[in-house]
Design a protein around this ligand. Structure first.
Ligand code: FES
Length: 145
């Protein structure tokens, strides 16, 4: 629990965060957005699956272009019981899980609709960096483990 003045609060929270997340191992997954398989990301709102077998336990990630220079990168694996979440579509603009009908925000990965039974939590979001001049997106994936 973080209590105290703002300065001490920030300091103690930072320390707590560090101690809770010692060295989370991530590695860069470089994606050339000019390749045909990523063509739907050319427009804002476009979404694709991508995969690097060395990260995210070999599971697909979902990439959504939120703005010209901003992307959401989340796991495709539902936090309820592990089914693959659908990409947003004109019929269903959320990240919809067909197994028990949970829905996640295509902007943040947060739960919008809980599954029919039980609960889901926010889809893990992976940090990314966009190199505009090279049209390259680097997603920092957790390793397999
Ligand atoms: S596995 Fe996704 S809602 Fe159950």
């Amino acid at each position: 629990m973080c209590t105290g003045t703002l300065a001490s609060l920030l300091q103690s929270c930072e320390m707590n965060e560090d101690s809770l997340n010692p060295d989370i191992t991530t590695f860069p997954f470089d994606i050339d957005l000019s390749k045909p398989e990523y063509s739907s990301l050319a427009v804002i709102g476009g979404a694709v699956y991508a995969n690097n077998p060395d990260g995210n336990n070999g599971n697909d990630i979902i990439i959504i272009r939120l703005e010209q220079d901003r992307f959401l990168t989340v796991t495709s694996i539902c936090t309820h019981q592990g089914c693959s979440v659908n990409l947003p579509s004109s019929d269903k603009p959320t990240l919809f899980c067909p197994c028990h009908f949970a829905e996640f925000s295509p902007l943040t990965g947060e739960v919008l609709v809980q599954p029919k039974l039980g609960t889901a939590s926010t889809l893990p979001v992976f940090r990314n960096e966009f190199d505009k001049s090279g049209n390259k997106l680097t997603v920092y994936l957790p390793g397999n483990g």
